[in-house]
Structures are given as structure tokens and as C-alpha cells.
Write a protein that binds this ligand. Structure first.
Ligand code: GLP
Length: 242
């Protein structure tokens, strides 16, 4: 595991974008696993700049997103499909038909998960998986649990996650209670993993996830067992690391 401590959110974003850009340059038809949340917004802004300047070409890239709220349509401005379009896909030359997000409108959870696993099987393994870190150590929407779930699953969101994500909704009651998420097994099969975190509120969980015991109670801790993980943090999120 490689840990890169940067000074600012902008530095973290630039370094994360460098690593993604290298992947796309070395393998133009690569499969990227992508994440939502506030952490990767700066990384996506950097990638957009580079595509606009002609430095970077996403025309052959396939993307597979980590997760989606169950019950939200792609047009809902809180859906993760909407987020990806707004922050990345609408501004780069990726083909929209090559971008995948779980279908939040599929009410049948077994079908939604099986359909997404079929997509992952068709295009995977993921070449580079970008991850943010939930305040409770979740990756994607894989919440603390008694075991690591291998494949796409429907999760009941932890209260901590509902509370943390309420800031994006007009009231906490509007936060969906369930989501579809790529499984931990799929994330672990990615050839490379890039995880980013910023801000003082992530400092404790960064230390716990990457230097504490590996446990499904801290889902990101399993990344300690992956052979090619890069953690990029800003000074605040990395302040408890030596
Ligand atoms: C959400 C997403 C995660 C994300 C996490 C952290 O719940 N499902 O993929 O990493 O929250 O979000 P933020 O980057 O806003 O701290």
C-alpha cells in the first residue's frame, strides 16, 4: 500500500487525476471504476480540464460506478447517475453508452444486483478503481457488517451514512434508506485501487482503515490485503499518520 500525503484538497485532486490520466493514457480502452461523494469532485474537475485541453482522451474508456440509491431515477438530482453526468460525463468525450451505474429504479433487488454483476463480468476486471471513504469506513455503500459481501448487493444504509449524506437533500427524510452497491469482492478484483480522502473529519477513519485490524466492521480495511493500492490524502485527513 502506497500512501501519498499532500497538503491541500487541490493537491490531492491533482495527484488522483494524474494516476487516472496515466491509466487512460497507457490503456485507452481501460475500465475505470468510479465513485461519487464530495471527495472526487476536484479529481473530476482536473480530468475535465485535461480532456478540454486535448491532453486526455476518454473515447474508448468504459466506466462502472460503485453504487446508486435504490428508488432514485437518473433524472433525480441526488442520484449518482445525475452526479456523474454533471461532474464528469457531460464534460468529457466518454461515450455515454459505455458508462454504467446500477439501476436505482429497478425495484427487484435480486434482479438489479444480478444485472449489474453481469455488466461487471462482461467488462471486468476493473483496471483502476477510484474510491472515497465513508465516515464509518464504508467503500461504495458497503457498510460495516459481520462479513465482506463479494458481489453487488442491496444495502440498508447505516444511520451514520444517512446523517452524513443528508446535507445533499432538502430534509433527512428524503435520504433513501437503501442502495445498490458493487461488492467488496469486485472492488478487491480491481487491478489497481486509488482511494482518496480529505478533511479533518476523515483523519480517524483513515488511520483505522489503513493501520488498524482488517475487519468487515471497517470495510475499507480489506484494502490492506490488496496488492496495488494507493491512498491519497490531504494534510488534514492524513494528520494522524506518521
Ligand atoms: C457516499 C458514497 C461513497 C463515498 C462516501 C464518502 O456514501 N456512497 O462512495 O465515498 O459517501 O463521501 P464524501 O466523499 O462526500 O465524504
Amino acid at each position: 500500500m502506497k500512501i501519498i500525503k499532500t497538503n491541500t484538497y487541490e493537491d490531492m485532486s491533482r495527484i488522483a487525476a494524474n494516476l487516472i490520466a496515466s491509466q487512460v493514457t497507457v490503456k485507452p480502452n481501460c475500465v475505470l471504476g468510479l465513485a461519487t461523494g464530495s471527495t472526487p469532485i476536484g479529481t473530476y474537475e482536473e480530468l475535465v480540464k485535461r480532456v478540454k485541453s486535448g491532453e486526455l482522451d476518454f473515447s474508448e474508456v468504459t466506466s462502472i460506478n460503485l453504487d446508486e440509491y435504490k428508488g432514485l431515477s437518473p433524472e433525480n438530482d441526488q442520484s449518482y447517475r445525475y452526479f456523474m453526468n454533471e461532474h464528469l460525463f457531460n464534460h468529457i468525450n466518454i461515450k455515454k453508452e459505455n458508462t454504467y451505474v446500477p439501476n436505482g429504479l429497478e425495484a427487484d433487488a435480486v434482479k438489479a444486483c444480478a444485472d449489474y454483476d453481469a455488466i461487471i463480468k462482461k467488462f471486468g476486471p476493473i483496471d483502476l478503481q477510484l474510491l472515497g471513504l465513508g465516515p464509518n469506513g464504508h467503500i461504495g455503500f458497503n457498510e460495516p457488517a459481520d462479513h465482506f459481501v463479494p458481489s453487488t448487493n442491496c444495502v440498508d444504509l447505516a444511520q451514520a451514512t444517512i446523517d452524513a449524506n443528508a446535507r445533499f437533500f432538502s430534509s433527512i427524510d428524503e435520504v433513501p434508506k437503501q442502495a445498490y452497491t458493487m461488492g467488496i469482492g469486485t472492488i478487491m478484483q480491481a487491478k489497481k485501487v486509488l482511494i482518496i480522502a480529505n478533511g479533518a473529519k476523515k483523519a480517524e477513519i483513515v488511520k483505522k482503515a489503513f493501520f488498524g485490524p482488517v475487519s468487515p466492521q471497517v470495510p475499507a480495511s480489506i484494502l490492506q490485503l490488496h496488492g496495488d493500492v494507493t491512498v491519497v490524502v490531504d494534510a488534514e485527513a492524513g494528520k494522524l499518520l506518521d
